[in-house]
Design a protein around this ligand. Structure first.
Ligand SMILES: [Mg+2]
Length: 359
């Protein structure tokens, strides 16, 4: 089998709950979606976020550059191709868009390899079918107290037992008052996770810790700037609320510095920043060795295939951002994702919807 064409496209998908966090505001999510075509009529697909059109154009430029290492090659030789792409981007740097492009390609290659083996990806990777509980991450952004509480009620009624809420408002008292108000919406059995998207400093984080404890917050995610390694080290000693981190780290090496931090309980790598499924599999071994819990940042359609391989797993992050791209999107019922049936990623583009959203 040989790769004959690599086809990236850019789509802008409107989201049901506009994203409003400390790092981002968007009503549409911009994706670069990819098809890798082979001479055996087997196609691999994947997607990554581009954040904006300039990002999308740059990712497409990286894909065009990487094509020369892929056309004519057997797509099942993933490790060989991954290393070629990695080496070929050394001088561009592995922190950023070149890694988005490698990850995008890598995921599509795994899709092809599993399809060629006639298996769903999770089974191809050695995982078994299982119930995977998700946490709801689609809403609860930096919106009004009223809207956040209304969404929390809606998600609770959908059967989710764990919700993620964003914090980091300009006035911390607004965050504190919301932490209190939302308790009236959730029943005792529900869990709340909080994500600050790097919006605090160490001082505010330590101040907020007492409120996070008071309201039983299960994890506090990215409280401070991701580049503040010393700050995370300090918070891992001073904060009681368990820390969660990882979505903005690139490749494996960056995680090493954080694995010894005891209160950094859960790591949440992002597939487009760690070199796709190939990169994630290396990290998964590392998390196991260091006895860390993990989840996967976004990409529920792909994460569902990887979760069966995680030994100490947290819940899967549920978002519907990519849902409109697929003919039969990943389904969820009562807070549990339904393991897909089929081959590879078990996904097929909804070409009609894509043509409406394509840029
Ligand atoms: Mg986050």
């Amino acid at each position: 089998m040989k790769i004959i064409e690599i086809r990236p496209r850019v789509v802008a998908v409107p989201v049901k709950y506009p994203v409003v966090s400390c790092v981002r505001k968007s009503k549409k999510v911009i994706f670069v979606i990819l098809d890798i075509l082979t001479d055996e009529e087997m196609t691999g697909i994947s997607y990554v976020q581009a954040f904006h059109y300039h990002g999308a154009r740059a990712i497409k430029a990286c894909i065009n550059y990487l094509e020369q290492f892929l056309i004519g090659q057997d797509p099942r030789h993933i490790d060989v191709l991954w290393k070629k792409m990695w080496d070929a981007t050394k001088l561009l740097g592995h922190q950023g868009l070149p890694t988005f492009a490698i990850s995008l390609i890598d995921i599509a290659l795994w899709d092809i390899a599993a399809k060629a083996a006639n298996l769903p990806l999770y089974q191809f990777l050695g995982g078994e079918r299982q119930a995977i509980e998700a946490y709801q991450s689609d809403g609860l952004w930096l919106e009004s107290q009223e809207l956040v509480c209304k969404q929390a009620e809606e998600f609770a009624n959908q059967g989710f037992r764990t919700l993620k809420m964003r914090l980091g408002r300009a006035n911390v008292d607004d965050d504190i008052s919301l932490l209190k108000e939302i308790q009236y919406v959730l029943d005792d059995k529900m869990e709340l996770l909080c994500d600050v998207n790097q919006g605090w400093d160490t001082e505010i984080s330590n101040y907020m810790d007492r409120y996070l404890q008071l309201y039983g917050i299960r994890w506090i995610e990215e409280p401070i700037d991701v580049e503040n390694l010393k700050g995370y080290g300090d918070l891992a000693k001073s904060m009681v609320t368990p820390l969660t981190f990882g979505e903005n780290l690139y490749h494996i090496n960056s995680f090493l510095a954080f694995l010894d931090m005891d209160n950094l309980k859960t790591l949440t790598p992002d597939l487009q920043r760690i070199g796709g499924i190939t990169g994630w599999m290396k990290l998964n071994v590392l998390f196991d060795l260091y006895n860390k819990f993990s989840s996967i940042h976004l990409f529920p359609e792909i994460a569902v295939h990887l979760f069966p391989l995680i030994k100490k797993k947290r819940k899967l992050e549920w978002v519907t951002w990519a849902t409109p791209l697929f003919k039969e999107p990943l389904a969820i019922e009562n807070g549990y994702v339904q393991m897909p049936q089929g081959k590879g990623l078990c996904l097929e583009w909804d070409e009609r919807a894509i043509s409406d959203m394509q840029e």
